[in-house]
Each structure stands twice: as C-alpha cells, then as structure tokens.
Ligand binder design. Structure first.
Ligand code: M6R
Length: 613
C-alpha cells in the first residue's frame, strides 16, 4: 500500500526522501514522487515505476530544498501513471500534498470544486485535497498565515469521508510543513534541529528512535526544530516523545539475501523477546497490560479472535488453547466477514484483534464495532502506537522486531506464542489445573531452542523445493492443529511462489478434492498430534495410491518408507506444535520462490499492510 516520507531540517531533503521511500518499497507500490520547497516555489518530481527511477528525472540532482514530502503509490483510483502519482498540487501550485488512504466521497468533492472552476489533471481521489485546501485558504481573510492554513486544512479534513494521512507543504510558508492523519498511520521522528515524517517507523529508524505518535485528527505544525500539536478544534496540546526499542540494523538485511529469510531465522529471538520476563517455569504469567479478575473472566461468555490472513491463522492456533485451558467458547473470524455478519457481541464478550502492522483496515473496523457493542477488546500488534493499539481497551505487543517481507513469518509465530501466554494467564486467574500450566510454560521456554533445530532442516527442504518448484498445484493436509499449519503453509506458498495451493483437513480430502490428485501432484502432510497421526497416515496412503509425491512434517515415530521426504521437528506440547511445524514450510515457500527467480520480499499484487477495505 502507499507509503509516506517527509523531512524538514537543515540537510538537502531529496536524498533523504528517496532513501526513505526505498525503505518503504516492501509495502508494494507502482509509482513514486517527491515535492520540495525550492527558492522558486514548490517543485514536484514523480514517475511511474521504481523509486530508483526518480534519480533519472531531469533536475532531481539540482534540488536544494531542505523541506520536502514524498510518496509511493499503490493504485486504487486511477491506473499507475505519472499523472496519478503523488505529490498532487492545487491549480495555483500553492500547495503540494501526499496522501495515504481513500477519500470515499471524492466524486462529490470533485464536482463541488469543478463547479467552482477548479480543474483536475489526474484520476485520483487525492487531487481534491490540495484544491479544497486552496478553496478554504483563499476565501479566509485571517491575517496570520499559519492559522489560516491550519484552518483551511481543518475545514478540508471535515469534508473528507474515508481515511487519510496527509503531508502538506505551502509555497507561502517556506519553513514549515503540516501533517494530519485519520485512520491511516503517520509518525513523526524527532532529530536534532530536524523532523522526519513517515507512515512506517522502519523508513526513518536510521535517523531517530524518538517518535511522536499521532491520534486521529491531530494537526502538527512542523518547523525545523519544533513540532506543535493541535487537537481537532485547533487547540494546542502537549505530546510526549516515545522511544522505540528497534534499532536501525533491525530493518536491514544484515547479510541475508532477502528479508524473508532473515526474518525466518530471527524467530528464536522473536519468541524469546515476546516471552520476555512475563513468567518463568515456576512463576505465574504476568502482564502489566492486563488486570483481569477471576470474577470478570468467569463472566466472559465468548472470546472472538479476529484478524486477517496469517494473523488469522495465528488466531486459529490460539483458539484451542483458550477453549481447552480456560473452557471459554472461542471463535476465530476473518475481520472482513466479522464486521458485516452482525456478530453476537455483548458486554460479556471478549474480543482479541491480531495484526502485525496494527493498521489493517478490516481489523480496525471490526474492533470499533465490537467496542460499540460493549465488548472488552484486546489488541495484539507488533508495531508500537499502531492504530489498533490505540483503539483497544488493552494493547499487547509481540516483540518480533520490524517485519519487512510481505510474507509474515516471525510475527506469525510470535502471535501464536502471545495468544498462548494470554490463555495461560486467563487459566491461572481462573484457578485452573496448575500442573498442566506449569508443564506448558516449561515447554514454551524451550521453543526458541527448538526453532533453532527446525532451522537446521533448511537443506533438506531446499532440495525438495528444487524438485517441485515447477509444479502447478500443491496440497497441504493435516488434522486438528496441524490443519491450521496446513492453512498457513498453503497461504505462504501461493503468496510468494504463485503456485496454486490448497489446504484441507486430512479427512475431508476424500469428500471432493481427491478428484484432483493424480500422478506427480505434491501433497504435504503435517502430523504432530499423536492421537490423530494414524488417521492422517491413512489419508496420505490414499493420495500416494493415486500417484502423489509426499513431503511430511512430523514429530511422531512413523514408518517413513512410504513417503518421499520426511522432515522431523522436535516434539512439544500439541498447543505449541504449530510454532515448530510451520518453520520448514515457511522455508519451503521461500526456496520455491527463489528457485522460480521471484521477488520473495515483494510478491506481486500484495502489500505489507492492507490499509483499505
Ligand atoms: O498486518 P496484519 O497482520 O494485520 O496483516 C494481515 C494480513 O494482511 C497478513 O497477515 C497477510 O496475510 C500476510 N502477507 C501473509 O503472509
């Protein structure tokens, strides 16, 4: 999705802006552009295609301005083209604007402005913004130009329906920039005599680790060495700086070929950090963020875990644990369905929202709906200050470090671990069997080491990837919690290798999909539940008889001779096995994508955070 960078300081802005945009490339985009304040006025340079193309634009090296805004666009309204790329300007070129999000009523606003004589040069929803600002700015007789601009931007925001993060520069205020957001991320990084702005923290981590986090409809008037904050009615407000623990190198590849591979290998650390000091094997699980009483938890009639994609799969792995340890009915929902299906929610419902980025539009909307209906809400996110963390009653963090590759790996396993820890905390508050909980905690603490063991399977997996990378279809099957891993492995494979894949509960295959199994088709079987392993072996027998090639991921003693390749992961508590058995399958997707020569970190059509519905 679109990315935003901004700079206001003493250095030449353009290289900083382009460097920042490059760090946002992982989000997915189709065009890029910058606008700086030059002595002769505002200059806009933009083009279709890669950020690096900006370096080829005539005059880009002559830009001297020390204030500028920049954008990578992921087309929603209007095709990818130079005209539709941001920044956009008003007709008199007084303002340059970049925008993330969607203006839902742009047609109506465009008509309003066209009737007033404004002309439009792009197909975007964004172009109404600079023109509306111009409209309000030019009809106000306020003498103080700063207040006049703030008022014009406020009036513009009041007209906009939808989501937006905006950076605005004005020719008449050559030492300032104004930013505002609503339902779309934007942070301000504080430097020494300079301020950095971005939609994503990693883009500016190499410049600062001190950030101001903005709430919806807070306006920021930036100078080189100050940031003034205003609330939605333009009253001045104070804002605290927050330090982010991520360091700049955590968003570099550090010698790995791709971010995805690096992030797969970072999983032992991500899990260690997520467990942190929240418990040891003899102590109860404690969260500073949660203070639930036995009385409250006993009154909860249902838990919903709501998320999208891979985060939703983490929810599926967590569902079992809440039901079995806490005996609370738990449902997992895809956020885009949940919000429209009139879910049964009341003040005895507890809703948990899982999102790596914390910015997924559907997940945020589902959270808002749950709150409106009286539920208590918990968010699980990997990004400090992200939107869901600010909406939820309780916000919890995975400590996976920045995840840059579009395909989620370390965030996923960290989410499973955090969900399990929350379930343990609930069970302890509810006074459930402490022996079982103690055992589980002991095994949780073993996970980082066991993940390291799983990573040693890379060569075997790579060899198998080499054998099957040209295939058209792959099936993943498993039972119980292994089916959750099958779902996640299938998503990972299709998302980065473009191979069609499906996942099935192993016993369900013969109710239809087995018709697709023929000689040479690959079936991946996951078998870690000792009570179900024999059943899955029988289902695999059925596909082998029909000519399928098989890859097995297991921690059970099985007769290996009937399968093509068997990778063994360490044995653990069945609640935890999805964290281990998914690792070789993340590697499988990775190596297949590499064999096909694809861009692993930036798969086609996908974006890292899906900030539109
Ligand atoms: O940032 P989120 O966790 O809310 O993102 C949700 C999904 O878009 C995300 O998990 C997606 O499915 C991944 N690209 C899968 O690898």
């Amino acid at each position: 999705m679109c990315g935003i960078v901004g700079y206001i300081g003493k250095q030449k802005a353009s290289p900083i802006l382009i460097n920042g945009l490059m760090r946002l490339e992982y989000r997915g985009y189709d065009s890029a552009g910058i606008s700086t304040i030059e002595p002769e006025g505002l200059v806009v340079m933009k083009d279709k295609g890669r950020v690096k193309n900006l370096y080829d634009l005539d005059g880009i090296n002559d830009l001297k301005g020390t204030i500028g805004i920049a954008h990578t666009r992921w087309a929603t309204h209007g095709k990818p083209s130079k005209e539709n790329a941001h920044p956009h300007q008003d007709n008199s070129k007084l303002f340059s604007v970049v925008h993330n999000g969607i203006i839902e009523n742009y047609n109506e606003l465009r008509k309003f402005l066209t009737d007033k004589g404004y002309k439009f040069y792009s197909d975007t929803d964004t172009e109404v913004v600079p023109n509306l600002i111009h409209y309000y700015f030019s009809k106000d007789d306020e003498k103080d130009i700063k207040m006049r601009l703030l008022k014009a931007i406020k009036a513009t925001c009041a007209d906009l329906k939808g989501s937006f993060a905006l950076e605005i520069i004005c020719k008449d205020l050559p030492d300032n920039m104004i930013v505002v957001r609503k339902d779309s991320p934007l942070v301000i990084g504080k430097g020494d005599g300079e301020n950095y702005i971005s939609s994503d923290i990693p883009a500016i981590l190499s410049f600062t680790r001190n950030f101001y986090l903005l709430n919806d409809l807070e306006y920021v008037f930036l100078s080189r060495d100050s940031a003034e904050f205003y609330d939605k009615d333009l009253n001045k407000i104070d804002k605290q700086i927050q330090s982010i623990e991520w360091d700049a190198s955590s968003s570099e590849k550090n010698g790995y070929e791709d971010f995805m591979l690096k992030e797969i290998y970072e999983q032992p650390t991500a899990i260690r950090e997520t467990i942190g000091a929240k418990f040891n094997e003899n102590s109860k699980c404690e969260f500073d963020e949660l203070n639930f009483s036995k009385e409250y938890l006993s009154s909860v009639n249902k838990i919903y875990i709501v998320a999208c994609g891979t985060a939703m799969h983490a929810g599926l792995a967590g569902k079992n644990v809440f039901e079995k340890l806490c005996r609370i009915p738990t449902e997992v929902d895809v956020a885009s369905e949940f919000r429209y299906r009139d879910p049964l929610i009341d003040d005895k419902t507890l809703c948990i929202f899982v999102s790596q980025s914390g910015e997924t539009a559907d997940t945020i909307a589902a959270l808002k709906l749950s709150k409106e209906r009286g539920a208590k809400t918990i968010s699980i996110s990997n990004v400090i200050g992200s939107s869901i963390t600010r909406e939820a009653d309780y916000s919890m963090y995975t400590h996976a470090g920045p995840e840059i590759a579009v395909a989620s790996t370390k965030a996923h396993t960290s989410q499973i671990v955090l969900l399990i820890m929350i379930a343990i905390y609930f069970a302890e508050v509810l006074g459930k069997d402490s022996k079982e909980l103690l055992e589980l905690k002991k095994e949780l603490l073993e996970l980082p080491k066991q993940i390291e063991q799983c990573l040693t399977l890379a060569d075997t997996v790579k060899e198998f990837a080499h054998k099957i990378y040209q295939e058209k279809d792959v099936f993943f099957i498993g039972r119980g919690v292994d089916e959750v891993v099958a779902k996640e492995a299938s998503l990972k494979l299709k998302e980065i290798s473009y191979i069609h894949s499906e996942s099935y509960p192993a016993g369900e295959l013969k109710h239809g999909a087995i018709a697709l199994i023929e000689k040479g088709i690959t079936v991946v079987g996951i078998m870690t539940d000792p009570t179900l392993v024999e059943k899955t072996v029988s289902n695999l027998q059925e596909v082998i008889t029909r000519g399928a090639k098989t890859l097995i991921v297991t921690n059970q003693k099985i007769d290996k001779s009937m399968f093509d390749v068997v990778v063994e992961v360490p044995e653990t508590n069945p609640f935890l096995s999805p964290v281990l058995s998914v690792i070789p399958l993340q590697l499988l997707a990775y190596y297949i994508s590499k064999e096909k020569g694809l861009d692993v970190d930036k798969p086609r059509n996908l974006a890292k955070s899906v900030t539109v519905e």
